[in-house]
Ligand binder design. Structure first.
Ligand SMILES: NC(=O)C1=CN([C@@H]2O[C@H](COP(=O)(O)OP(=O)(O)OC[C@H]3O[C@@H](n4cnc5c(N)ncnc54)[C@H](O)[C@@H]3O)[C@@H](O)[C@H]2O)C=CC1
Ligand SMILES: O=C([O-])CC(=O)C(=O)O
Length: 334
């Protein structure tokens, strides 16, 4: 029996993500929480002929606690999205408090659940969740994940477009590491399962890296004030959640890039710090998943000089974003 909970379930990401979790055979119970509209979304989804039992909850009558009771996996797409001209960091003012309050609910009601943070700015909201868990004495870095899967999904798609064959997209694997905003998004294209054409020029590589780093802006611009990526994010979030659920069931060898506290695997985390040359607490790296969450943080592997420059360019922003999130919650130092 697996209970999945979506916090922010009535939103642009929340609804299609809840749909994808409802049709996932690994989910037996689905709780939808939001400050609006979840009863309707839940009844709608409950008519789908798949096994998961769906219920909707709102804040009154302890709705958050009821939604979270018995949760195995909690996905958080709650919070405001960007409008044109905004950075993800501009969302901090509103989303930090939302994420802190939801994390408090998880820490007190379902402290053992896997927590998948989608709400932006991910580089800062994951530290917020971690600090709330520390404050409540239940911090386990193996169970808290920043969802950076959309960057990986975009890299697969854009590389397959360059190769002139979209049918390759599902099998193109490119590790994307670092964080989840602008220059902190670091695609390691030299490790692509499908190498770029040998004719690929330096300017074309710059343009591809830039498109992966700023893919979110492409959607924000196209939506023209109506928000940011929702459907592709729901797809990516469901894909990452499925990986966690398969690992929990005992499937071995599942690896995915995700933004984690580097103490989740001390040896692996220390190796990452050496590779990047900075003592950061968080970094998105390829992580091997198991029944208890993080099993191992894998090395970044062989990176080119070009990619090492991308890593170095990411570090100042990442450090600032991490500090901003961590200092938002007044938790004791561990
Ligand atoms: N990690 C990633 O790769 C991505 C992250 N995002 C982020 O996901 C977040 C959600 O985006 P959308 O779904 O497009 O926004 P949206 O505005 O469509 O939905 C957000 C939902 O959160 C709900 N909400 C607000 N405060 C809440 C609270 N205290 N408790 C529970 N629910 C609450 C709202 O009622 C709304 O239904 C944004 O912060 C966005 O930047 C978006 C795309 C990709
Ligand atoms: O761009 C945004 O604000 C939403 C997001 O994180 C993405 O699409 O990668």
């Amino acid at each position: 029996m697996v209970k999945a909970v979506v916090l922010g379930a009535a939103g642009g990401i929340g609804q299609p993500l809840s749909l994808l979790l409802k049709i996932n055979p690994l989910v037996s119970e689905l709780a939808l929480y939001d400050i609006v509209n979840t009863p309707g979304v839940a009844v709608d989804l409950s008519h789908i002929a798949t096994p998961a039992k769906v219920q909707g909850f709102l804040p009154p009558d302890d709705g958050l606690k009821k939604a979270l009771t018995g949760a195995d996996i909690v996905v958080i797409p709650a919070g405001i999205p960007r409008k044109p001209g905004m950075t993800r960091d501009d969302l901090f003012k509103i989303n930090a408090g939302i994420v802190r309050d939801l994390a408090t609910g998880i820490a007190t009601t379902a402290p053992k659940a896997f927590v998948l943070v989608i709400s932006n700015p991910v580089n800062s909201t994951v530290p917020i969740v971690a600090e709330v868990f520390k404050k409540n004495g239940v911090f386990d870095p193996k169970r808290i994940f920043g969802v950076t899967t959309l960057d990986v999904v975009r890299a697969s798609t854009f590389v397959s477009e360059i190769l002139g064959d979209l049918s390759l997209a599902p099998s193109v694997k490119v590790p994307v590491v670092g964080g989840h905003s602008g220059v902190t998004i670091i695609p390691l294209l030299s490790q692509s399962s499908h190498p770029l054409p040998t004719s690929f020029k330096a300017e074309a590589l710059d343009a591809l890296v830039n498109r992966i780093q700023f893919g979110g802006d492409e959607v924000v611009k196209a939506k023209d004030g109506a928000g940011s990526a929702t459907l592709s994010m729901a797809y990516a979030g469901a894909e990452f959640a499925e990986k966690i659920l398969r690992a929990v069931k005992g499937e071995k060898g599942i690896v995915a890039p995700t933004y984690v506290h580097l103490s989740a695997d001390k040896a692996g985390g220390d190796a990452i710090k050496k590779e990047i040359g900075k003592d950061l607490d968080y970094f998105s790296a390829p992580v091997e998943l198991g029944p208890e969450g993080v099993v191992k943080i894998n090395s970044l592997g062989k990176v080119t000089e070009y990619e090492q420059k991308l890593i170095q360019a990411a570090l100042p922003d990442l450090a600032t974003n991490i500090e901003k999130g961590a200092s938002f919650v007044d938790a004791p130092k561990l």
